[in-house]
Design a protein around this ligand. Structure first.
Ligand SMILES: Nc1ncnc2c1ncn2[C@@H]1O[C@H](COP(=O)(O)OP(=O)(O)OP(=O)(O)O)[C@@H](O)[C@H]1O
Ligand SMILES: [Mg+2]
Length: 360
């Protein structure tokens, strides 16, 4: 799959630009603050409707403007036109000029794998960041996943509100809570099973990729979930056991919204024992698995977005990573200094120079 054209209107520091990309490698070159990551970010939003940076969506709209539009033409078997418009009130998606009512129906059409410096730090981050990355991977592989996850999140919110009602009014019947809990478990199990299935698939590959980068193949991911190996009856008992505590706290403390993943190298949790380099390599290995899974399960080649790798990793490591990539797939790499890129790569690349909100 390949993005052929991208049009940005009032996106970050760009007023209006029209870009054309080529197959294979696209190098985005420019000084710090010129807008390189903004371009990668725009492609990422066009695909996933969300930014990979930890920011509020308002900051995506150019200063003093009311809305931003990202428009792109993406070629797989045929060319389709995609559009995301973000205003201060929300977001709208279109495919071939038709509104897409639910964003969950939009995601998973444009397949991207993003390597950003944020991701490289996620082993040290909070569990929610790691859940986010797993959600992104699975949402691109399975169209129903986001629907199940949204359903779970909605039920969890309703259950939390009702727990608060129970706290203030002890005479309210528990019947409604039981209905919510049962529904919550049903959608939670669907999310759990899909997470487990995909993490199992990743574990079949991740050691091999880690070895290609580092010469050690003993990397594994552990999926930590309250739902692990439990039947619905066992889960119901857990919710009953926690009820008193949950009423006091006014929230559900048990469930797949607390899931986490851990990375183990030679049976040691690399969050505690791993070096920074080992942590980065683990994430890169995860991303390389993601590319494989998209190819295998979706029968499509994803677009790669690689931001800031040259400032995070040394030259040899980058060479190892690029050696693992098929350079015929469309790849975007941002770089401040073109000399950091090997001559061989530079010669194959389409080079876009970014300066003061303009691209040449
Ligand atoms: N909403 C906005 N309106 C106008 N300008 C913005 C907005 N958001 C960000 N910018 C500008 O965009 C620029 C940052 O762009 P970006 O993060 O893409 O830089 P970069 O080229 O990736 O830099 P680096 O090499 O440091 O990573 C900054 O100059 C910032 O002021
Ligand atoms: Mg940047």
């Amino acid at each position: 799959m390949e993005i052929v054209k991208l049009k940005l209107v009032n996106f970050r520091n760009f007023s209006k630009i029209n870009l054309k990309f080529s197959k294979g490698l696209n190098l985005i070159v420019g000084n710090n603050g010129s807008g390189k990551t903004n371009i990668i970010e725009a492609i990422n939003i066009l695909a996933l409707t969300k930014t990979f940076r930890n920011v509020y969506e308002n900051v995506l709209i150019k200063h003093n403007e009311q809305s931003t539009t990202i428009c792109g033409e993406v070629k797989s078997k045929i060319i389709n036109k995609y559009q995301i418009e973000i205003t201060k009130d929300g977001k709208k998606a279109k495919i071939n000029n038709n509104n897409v009512e639910r964003l969950s129906d939009y995601i998973s059409k444009i397949l991207v794998v993003t390597f950003s410096s944020n991701d490289l730090k996620l082993i040290k981050d909070s569990p929610s960041t790691r859940r986010k990355i797993i959600n992104i991977i699975i949402s691109q592989l399975n169209n129903d996943y986001i629907k199940h996850l949204n359903e779970y999140t909605k039920l969890n919110k309703q259950r939390n509100s009702f727990l608060k009602v129970l706290y203030t009014n002890k005479t309210v019947s528990l019947e409604y809570l039981d209905i919510l809990t049962s529904k919550l478990i049903d959608s939670g199990i669907k999310v759990y099973e899909e997470r487990k299935r995909i993490i199992d698939l990743i574990n079949q590959k991740i050691g091999d990729y880690y070895k290609k980068i580092t010469n050690n193949d003993q990397l594994k991911i552990n999926y930590k979930s309250d739902y692990s190996n439990k039947t619905k009856e066992q889960l119901l008992k857990n919710y009953q056991k926690n009820l008193e505590k949950e009423i006091i706290l006014g929230k559900t403390i048990f469930g797949i919204h607390t899931d986490d993943i851990e990375f183990f190298l030679d049976n040691n949790n690399i969050k505690d024992f791993g070096s920074e380099g080992q942590q980065k390599n683990a994430i890169i290995s995860l991303k390389l698995c993601e590319i494989d899974l998209i190819k295998e399960l979706k029968k499509e080649v994803p677009i790669l977005l690689i931001d800031d790798l040259y400032s995070e990793l040394d030259k040899n490591k980058i060479k190892n990573i690029l050696n693992n990539l098929d350079l015929t797939m469309q790849i975007f790499i941002t770089v401040t200094d073109l000399n950091k890129v090997s001559k061989n790569l530079r010669q194959q690349a389409n080079i876009l120079r970014v300066r003061d909100g303009e691209v040449k």
